[in-house]
Design a binder for this molecule. Sequence first.
Ligand SMILES: Cc1cc2nc3c(=O)[nH]c(=O)nc-3n(C[C@H](O)[C@H](O)[C@H](O)COP(=O)(O)OP(=O)(O)OC[C@H]3O[C@@H](n4cnc5c(N)ncnc54)[C@H](O)[C@@H]3O)c2cc1C
Length: 380
Amino acid sequence: MKSFDVAIIGSGPAGASAAFELSKSGISTVIIEKETLPRYKTCGGGFVFRGRKNMPFDISSVVEKEFHSIDTYFSKKQPHLTTTRDTPIITMVMRDAFDNLIVEKAKENGVTLLQNHKVLDITFGAISTLHTTEGDIEAKFIIAADGALSPIAKIAGWEETRLIIPALEYEVEVPAADFERLSKNVRFDIDAIPYGYGWCFPKKNHLSIGVAVMIKTNSKINLKEYYATYLKTLGITEIVSEAAHGFVIPVAPRTDNFVRKNVLLVGDAAGLADPLVAEGISNAILSGVLAAQAIIEAKLDSEKVAELYTQKLESTILPEIRTGAKLSHYFYNQKTFRDLVLKKYGQKVGEAMTDLFMGERTYPADYKTTISRKIKEAIF
Ligand SMILES: Cc1cc2nc3c(=O)[nH]c(=O)nc-3n(C[C@H](O)[C@H](O)[C@H](O)COP(=O)(O)OP(=O)(O)OC[C@H]3O[C@@H](n4cnc5c(N)ncnc54)[C@H](O)[C@@H]3O)c2cc1C
């Protein structure tokens, strides 16, 4: 039976980045992936600078487009916001090529890739056995980088405590004149759908257009209908080709820990996407790196690995996304309040969000005081 120190399940940005980090340490590592690479992943492919600036190698070979400005539109009552930076705020990638690049870099450093291997079950022990469609594999540690559905978290006994939101993504080819007009800017349309937003992300030859509901709601929201209306907002009347993909994004972290039975949850499996915009690539990468570092620094000692990984998450990603989740509630659920604040501070809010995308600031820890002060200032 093949045996490794670490088995990483999933070759997305979380798993591939964990593998790359481990590959530098000499710890034997395997990536187990159910698909054949490169594989399509439903995603807008907007990679914010916060993530890009920490990439340990050049990614220009997989860059579709780079944008130094972002346009954010609200309902007609609010003026639209534009923010600009010297370095690209958002880099557009197609996830098949992007994820595969990270896997290839890890392979160059000695990581084993087993593709077309779906993990079906695990027998846990000091050394665990992973039962895949292509046979058994042994490993001491398991990094569950298996995405939003995370079958591995279920197998390891986690209950569902993440907030999971629905999203629709279309890869759309439009006539040349429309592409020319729409491919110059990245745009977010906050009121394109209730409790969420729409986006138009230009790629080399097509547009990635989508809609997502960002918070928990009892209202029935037909994403397809809002997508159709959003196309009209974008002025698209003719479609050359269109591929529809629906999926989910976890936008609130698990509340019952991230490690058990030598299994470490990373990326979407842990619920680490940004709750305000559902940007998940950069935290997937960061959490993969943190999990790998915990294993390396703890020298494969189980208790220490669990303690270190939890500490690392608590001092980086978790406080951020917990605050982000509360702000997301104000932003999408308290529209009157949001519009009041935007009326007075629209550009400031846009700049602050852009600084977050750039990795130059964090969400304000004292958001409650700031919000109540801003409400008073906006009303009186
Ligand atoms: C519509 C939509 C639009 C989005 N747009 C953006 C965006 O523009 N920017 C952004 O930053 N984020 C975006 N996100 C979020 C982002 O896609 C995720 O947060 C990110 O992909 C998480 O990475 P990951 O490595 O954790 O998981 P994934 O990228 O989902 O990778 C999981 C991998 O695990 C494999 N796997 C699953 N089960 C098994 C198994 N049993 N055995 C073996 N392999 C398995 C899968 O095949 C897959 O390759 C979007 C998400 C959606 C749904």
